[in-house]
Design a protein around this ligand. Structure first.
Ligand SMILES: [Zn+2]
Ligand SMILES: [Zn+2]
Length: 375
């Protein structure tokens, strides 16, 4: 199979934010936008819980328009011709106009507790120029291109010395507060390893010290052999995890030891990832006959002090939908928030059985091989 080369073109908004265009585009003139102000942006150290909180008041000014499913959405800021990309495009990445983290943030204020500058990046990834749709309905070429873009941006962001963690994610639907319906995701690069990610690193290190094996390889093997498995491909296993926080939680985990980040995937694994993502979102959209809100987080190996990726980490896409039934939302309430003890009022094997019954077309779809080059 031939490899399709997608060209990346870099433009710059008048306020200094970059816009990366992947594939063909219909112009290169960017209209000036009101400059976003973020003077008090900083991190505060929560000493009792040993973690950072991002103070980001500029976010209160971001758009709060309700999601719309209309095919034509003249007010959508992400559609071609909108303020972010004022011409035709195939796929694009731009720096968030309302960022929590900045490449060159203001100095941290001098306060009566520890503070730090909000170093990092906040990017928005536009999957398609089409206003409606999802990872389950993108054209095969579009989904393959999105995966190539995630790999391209991840590699660039991991290469920045200050970045210790890069998080590709998607918030979809009103259930998780997504304000724009246009198919898109985001990428955050962080200057520190956040506390929950640190927990996982400690679990991997502890297991390695006690058993001299990779804990994630063990999890992959157990998920693949379990009744919770939904799809078993050479490159990825798709399963309801053993101990899910959310009733319909699904993890898509790389099988091969050594696939720690997006750009570690080979061509066959990228195709398997595309099949897996289409499969998961198709199940969510068909389970209750309407799109299910979810948080999707791509777990890439964080950087150790010397910048190298954590050894026993496997790349994973974890889907966290807040539904506990068709029309009922599970809230992350007092116990979950204060202790981290999630109370899941379903049996994971029963939810897996419900999800397994949903028929999807994902395995019948042929995804092209796409690589990104600077154009
Ligand atoms: Zn749109
Ligand atoms: Zn492993």
């Amino acid at each position: 199979m031939s490899i399709e080369q997608v060209h990346r073109t870099t433009l710059c908004h008048a306020d200094g934010r970059y816009l990366l265009l992947y594939g063909d585009h219909g112009g290169d003139e960017l209209a000036p936008l009101p400059v976003g102000e973020h003077p008090p942006l900083h991190l505060r150290w929560n000493a009792l819980d040993a973690r950072w909180t991002a103070i980001s008041p500029a976010r209160n000014t971001r758009p709060q328009t309700a999601p719309t499913a209309d095919a034509a959405a003249p007010s959508c800021p992400l559609c071609p011709g909108g303020p972010e990309v004022p011409f035709a495009y195939e796929a694009a990445v731009f720096e968030n106009r309302f960022p929590t983290l900045l490449a060159d943030p203001p100095a941290a204020p001098d306060l009566d507790g520890d503070t730090a500058p909000s170093v990092g990046r906040c990017e928005v990834v536009l999957y398609t120029p089409t206003h409606t749709g999802s990872l389950a309905t993108l054209e095969p070429r579009e989904l393959a291109r999105v995966i190539a873009i995630w790999a391209d941006r991840s590699q660039a962001l991991w290469a920045v010395d200050e970045h210790r963690h890069v998080l590709v994610f998607e918030n979809r639907g009103e259930g998780v507060g997504a304000t724009l319906a246009h198919p898109h995701g985001q990428i955050y690069a962080l200057g520190h390893v956040p506390s929950l990610v640190r927990n996982r690193l400690e679990a991997l290190a502890g297991h390695r010290a006690a058993h001299d094996t990779c804990l994630t390889c063990d999890v992959v093997e157990r998920d693949t052999a379990s009744e919770r498995v939904l799809l078993d491909l050479p490159g990825f296993v798709v399963a309801v995890p053993f101990a899910p926080d959310w009733p319909y939680e699904i993890h898509v985990r790389a099988k091969r030891h050594g696939v720690r980040r997006m750009h570690d995937l080979d061509a066959a694994e990228r195709r398997d990832l595309a099949v897996s993502l289409r499969d998961v979102v198709s199940r969510y959209d068909r389970l209750f006959d309407e799109p299910m809100s979810y948080m999707m987080v791509c777990q890439q190996a964080p950087a150790a002090e010397d910048g190298t990726p954590a050894e026993d980490w496997h790349l994973a896409f974890e889907f966290l939908p807040p539904n506990r039934a068709a029309d009922r939302t599970k809230f992350r309430a007092s116990v979950e928030t204060s202790t981290g003890l999630f109370i899941n009022d379903t049996i994971p094997e029963m939810c897996a059985a419900m999800l397994a019954e949903v028929i999807t077309d994902a395995r019948a779809v042929t995804f092209p091989e796409i690589s990104v080059g600077a154009g």
